[in-house]
Design a protein around this ligand. Structure first.
Ligand code: NIG
Ligand code: FE
Length: 406
């Protein structure tokens, strides 16, 4: 049994309730036993049975549930700094893709890289993320786009899950783009996904979710429906990259299919916003991608007023979002998506947990939840989001063990 004391503000973040309900407690203590929270509340009311526990000092900082980055493309080869420079000169993301760059460039680099190189790169990112207070990461494939290379990425995630402390939730994104060798036989690629890759990935337990990029130049709504229905019937949960660069109806499809989440969504229609809220499909906002692509930010007020849950994630990838700094995404969500610090906190904890099917066990500090937390060097979340620094996180606890300390 272990206890953390000297907490200025503790955010318990209940799984349900209003979007800005974070249940803040001043002068608090947290107790955990093994990997489970036993007590989280005022230090003055700490039950006597816990007073003998091994004690840690939060140094007067605030304590939040371990952060969940619920949307990343963690494993990839190469980088694309040249495209960043070209976009600054005026080239668009779509023009670069049409010229053979973009996702295709990363597919070439990822196919060339061996699994141990990919694993080593991703493992360094995970260690940095742990230092930032992140305890759970969703990670997509999607840079292989053929059987062996998609499986290679998912196997990297499996190996990393066993070798380091951050929990990894793997998602199959074979439907990221039609690979160049199938350019004139799109249907054959969709059939390969539906009839062969999705069943194999599901059968071997290599992914928990299946995602599809529904966009002009990626997959049509009908192709997306076919792919995701196959995923569902093979027992995978469903996610959609929807309405990122144009209004394509992906958000509506996510609601129709009962997807756990849909992501990006900057161009989603009002009707689709209502449909997603009614279906309780989490809206995952990715403000770092909006920043780098100079695209509009998610109009989060509209979503929250419609009753939707808005999560916040990095989208870490070598093209649209080359940063895994979740704190940066959080401050952007506050400033540009007009979310309050409390709404943003739910976006990276309880709502993010729901977006990866882990509501009820992760993303909250209520007794019974997983003992995942971050000690932040700030008296409260207003100060944390406002005073952006290289790293405001002092210590990170994952499943009851300290995994990072400043
Ligand atoms: O989520 N939109 C599609 N996929 C990624 C970007 C991938 C890339 O540029 O490599 C995204 O933004
Ligand atoms: Fe993405």
């Amino acid at each position: 049994m272990q206890v953390l004391t000297n907490i200025s503000t503790l955010y318990r973040v209940p799984a349900d309730g209003a979007h800005d309900e974070v249940d803040a407690v001043n002068d608090a203590a947290v107790v955990w036993e093994g990997d489970t929270i036993r007590y989280a509340g005022p230090a003055s009311e700490l039950p006597r049975q816990f007073s003998e526990a091994q004690t840690f000092d939060a140094g007067g900082g605030c304590v939040v549930p371990g952060l969940i980055d619920c949307h990343t493309h963690l494993c990839f080869g190469g980088w694309r700094g040249d495209e960043f420079a070209a976009r600054l000169e005026g080239a668009s993301y779509q023009e670069i893709q049409a010229a053979g760059g973009g996702i295709n460039a990363t597919v070439r680099a990822t196919r060339e890289a061996d699994a141990s190189t990919l694993r080593e790169r991703a493992s360094r990112v995970l260690a940095d993320m742990a230092g930032l207070g992140v305890t759970t990461v969703e990670a997509k494939s999607g840079y292989g786009l053929d059987r062996d290379n998609e499986i290679k990425q998912l196997e990297v995630y499996r190996a990393l899950a066993a070798a380091q402390p951050i929990e990894i939730i793997p998602t199959f994104l074979g439907a990221h783009l039609v690979p160049v060798e199938y350019r004139d036989e799109r249907d054959d690629y969709v059939s390969l996904l539906c009839d062969s890759l999705i069943p194999e990935v599901a059968e071997r337990g290599l992914a928990r979710f299946c995602d599809a990029f529904i966009e002009d130049k990626a997959f049509s709504l009908d192709e997306g429906r076919r792919i995701l229905e196959s995923a569902r019937s093979n027992g995978l949960g469903v996610k959609i990259h929807a309405d990122q660069l144009s209004a394509g109806g992906g958000a509506g499809l996510a609601a129709e299919l009962g997807a756990v989440s849909a992501e990006h969504l900057e161009y989603a229609s009002d009707a689709d916003i209502r449909a997603m809220a009614a279906a309780d499909t989490v809206a995952v906002s990715l403000p770092i991608a909006s920043l780098y692509l100079r695209e509009p930010f998610l109009p989060a007020r509209k979503w929250i007023e419609a009753g939707a849950r808005v999560a916040v994630a990095t989208d870490f990838n070598p093209g649209s979002a080359p940063s895994y700094h979740l704190h940066l995404a959080m401050t952007l969500a506050a400033v540009h998506q007009r979310m309050s610090p409390a709404e943003v906190l739910r976006g990276v904890t309880s709502h993010a947990a729901r977006a990866i099917g882990m509501a009820g066990t992760h993303g909250s500090l209520m007794p019974g939840y997983r003992a995942d937390l971050a000690v932040i060097d700030a008296p409260d979340i207003n100060h944390w989001l406002y005073h952006f620094r290289p790293n405001a996180c002092r210590r990170t606890l994952k499943s009851g063990r300290w995994i990072a300390a400043a």
